[in-house]
Ligand binder design. Structure first.
Ligand SMILES: O=P(O)(O)OP(=O)(O)OP(=O)(O)OC[C@H]1O[C@@H](n2cnc3c(O)ncnc32)[C@H](O)[C@@H]1O
Ligand SMILES: [Mg+2]
Length: 203
């Protein structure tokens, strides 16, 4: 069995990564998380793009463990904010991973922005780095709009504020979708789908 490390320190994101990889039915691959390998220090996510940050995380996981490593760097790019919070999504309010503070800051910033200009996209870059140094990076996007009040309790991050454009979502926020519904439409689902052939090749 080949082991593959999914390197995320965000438990809810990690659960999504695990789900999508499991749904792909990769025979001969065992997925492990950071809890299953010896601890190694977190590298600062200093990249200017999602791709650069995904590579920083995947390279450091592969280097520390000797395992092929998948990492996601993602965020919400709001049109009216010229693509921000972007790579700063996790720490937009100044406190890393404080979803409530991030959401209320974003809502305040969009306070005067009318409904027809509240478009944006979730973006995910997923990188696969092997111990031999082969690197693959892919990107998925999920278009939608930012509502003016949070709705729903599933998912994480900005999910309660994001209504996907997809008809299947029927006007629900991504925090109101069932997990499998989110995976079928999401930026992360689309990015990982492109990595599946490369993962299959490792098995
Ligand atoms: O870097 P790792 O350890 O993977 O965990 P993280 O939470 O810091 O992850 P990122 O640096 O990639 O930042 C992503 C942020 O973007 C937001 N985000 C990304 N994907 C999202 C999703 O599917 N739903 C809601 N918010 C999302 C959310 O605020 C995340 O904390
Ligand atoms: Mg991060």
């Amino acid at each position: 069995m080949t082991r593959v490390l999914l390197a995320s320190r965000n438990a809810k994101k990690l659960a999504e990564l695990r789900r999508v990889v499991a749904a792909a039915g990769l025979e001969g691959l065992t997925v492990v998380g950071l809890d299953d390998v010896p601890q190694f220090p977190e590298e600062p996510e200093t990249g200017a793009t999602f791709e650069e940050n995904a590579l920083i995380k995947a390279r450091s996981g592969a280097r520390a463990t000797g395992l092929p490593c998948v990492a996601d760097d993602s965020g919400l790019a709001v049109d009216a904010l010229n693509g921000m919070p972007g790579v700063l999504s996790a720490r937009w309010s100044g406190r890393h991973g404080d979803d409530e503070a991030n959401n209320s800051l974003l809502l305040g910033q969009l306070g005067d922005v009318p409904a027809d200009r509240r478009g944006g996209a979730f973006v995910s870059a997923c990188a696969l780095v092997t111990p031999a140094g082969e690197e693959t990076v892919v990107r998925g996007q999920w278009r939608g709009r930012i509502v003016d009040e949070p709705r729903g309790a599933a998912g994480f991050g900005y999910d309660p504020l994001f209504v996907p454009d997809d008809a299947e979502a029927g006007g629900r926020t991504s925090a109101e979708l069932a997990p499998a519904e989110k995976d079928a439409l999401s930026h992360r689902g689309k990015a990982l789908a492109q990595l599946v052939p490369f993962l299959r090749a490792l098995a």
